[in-house]
Design a binder for this molecule. Structure first.
Ligand code: PEP
Ligand code: CO
Length: 449
């Protein structure tokens, strides 16, 4: 059987691969894959190992994962400003969580490579016209014409370069002074600062400033403290498009192990996590930390088999299970899953994705989510962990730094009739910066218990 064969970056090819684009020209795909194979890695094995160590802390209850960013990144949104605003809100949320829960926060963006989307249906209706569903900018354009929706392998090369430029700027921002803790006030954007959450954030920012001055006053030399001046923001995306991922797998020269070099962390989505499927096979041989989405149809036995497949050596930080069960069902469905994985003695980071099982379509045709449902799923997630005695290790969110109107609710509530005002997501609705900060305060409260 194929599974008994040794793992290689291409061993997934003998198994069914769901959600792959129908490329019109196989030779053109081969040619692009060869070009990608020649290009330098985006991330290094040593970085993936550092992230795995940080996630190991979250698996063992000593850290918390904040994984957040776009549902689908856009080739049109790679300006410095857009990337800076995305980073600002991540840094703000992280400051609130770190300060509120006094625990390290592992920061992972859905960024610099989140260019493909799985879809529930092969076609979608756009303004009354039936078109092939949008599968992400790494596959085709989002324009609403049949020609634009033809899969074009050249776009995988473009995705690579878009990821390179995003990651380059991210590295500059996080290591070059912008993320310095003494800048904590400047992360509060104008449209956020005036809100309830923005003012609450200012209080924390002032306290962090005081704590830094206090340390200086007693003679601690802050100049040398890397942790004050730089942050690690790791990259992640769904490992969906295997023709893109495979050529970016590289053998680490120091250990001889295989690493995906398209991002630090890859996850398998709810629609492609079949035990006998290509995506699980692909992730199983990588040495990066990896994740899997866990939806409401998952059974405890199947989850243990998945965890065994992705973390047979039982390494803390290797596997993150991202549950997305729905606000109304999380407290019923999660405890048996938590118990089963614990009984199998497989260390995992348990993470709550409160976005993907709480969506609905309004009568005006907008895909949306309510902040209240999102918060309710997070509360249920914490309650289930309290009940079972496991560690709620993090949250996985779709957010943006912009003042968009895609999700409903919040202290300055986005109302249903306002969704049209600024709805920009290419795929799922994202929390805007105010809603994201609001959520961070709620999570910090839950972490304090
Ligand atoms: C996503 O994370 O954007 C996504 C499609 O999630 P899921 O696989 O959980 O549906
Ligand atoms: Co999404």
């Amino acid at each position: 059987m194929a599974l008994a064969e040794p793992w290689t970056p291409s061993s997934w090819r003998s198994l069914p691969a769901l959600q792959q684009p129908g490329w019109p020209d196989a030779a053109a795909v081969d040619e692009v894959r060869e070009r990608l194979r020649q290009l330098p890695p985006l991330v290094f094995a040593g970085e993936a190992r550092a992230l795995q160590r940080a996630l190991g802390e979250a698996a063992e209850g000593r850290a918390f994962l904040l994984q957040a960013g776009d549902c689908a990144e856009s080739f049109r949104q790679v300006s410095a400003i857009v990337i800076r605003e995305r980073l600002k809100v991540l840094l703000q949320m992280s400051a609130v969580l770190t300060y509120g829960a006094t625990l390290p926060v592992v920061k992972v963006g859905r960024i610099a490579g989140q260019f493909t989307k799985p879809r529930s249906a092969p076609t979608e209706l756009v303004d009354g016209v039936e078109l092939p569903s949008f599968r992400g900018h790494a596959v085709h354009s989002d324009e609403a014409t049949p020609e634009a929706r033809v899969a074009d392998p050249e776009r995988m090369v473009q995705a690579y370069y878009q990821a390179v430029s995003t990651l380059n700027l991210l590295r500059a921002f996080t290591k070059g002074g912008f993320a310095d803790l003494t800048q904590v006030h400047t992360w509060n954007q104008e449209f956020v600062a005036s809100s309830l959450e923005g003012r609450r954030y200012e209080v924390i920012a002032n306290e962090i400033g005081r704590a830094l001055r206090f340390m200086q006053a007693i003679g601690i030399d802050l100049g040398d403290e890397r942790a004050i001046h730089e942050v690690d923001v790791w990259t992640s995306h769904e490992a969906l498009l295997l023709d893109y991922e495979e050529p970016l797998v590289r053998k680490d020269s120091t250990t001889g192990d295989w690493y995906a070099c398209s991002a630090h962390f890859l996850w398998v989505g709810e629609r492609t996590r079949q035990l006998g499927g290509a995506h699980l096979e692909f992730l199983s041989g990588l040495h990066n930390p990896v994740g899997a989405k866990v939806g409401p149809t998952m059974t405890p036995d199947e989850l243990v088999a998945l965890a065994e497949r992705l973390n047979p050596d039982r390494l803390p930080g290797r596997l993150t299970l991202i549950t997305r069960l729905g606000a109304s069902r999380v407290q019923e469905l999660l405890p048996p899953l938590l118990r089963a994985v614990r009984e199998a003695e497989i260390p995992v980071v348990w993470v709550c994705d409160p976005m993907h099982a709480n969506g609905f379509v309004t009568s005006s045709g907008h895909k949306t989510r309510r902040l209240d449902d999102i918060l309710r799923e997070i509360e249920g997630f914490f309650a289930a962990h309290r009940e079972v005695g496991t560690w709620p290790g993090g949250v996985h969110l779709e957010i943006t730094g912009e003042d968009v109107t895609e999700c409903l609710g919040g202290s300055e509530a986005v109302l249903e009739e306002q969704l049209d005002t600024r709805y920009e997501s290419l795929c799922d609705p994202r929390l805007n910066a105010r809603q994201s900060l609001d959520l961070a305060f709620r999570v910090a409260e839950l972490m304090r218990g």
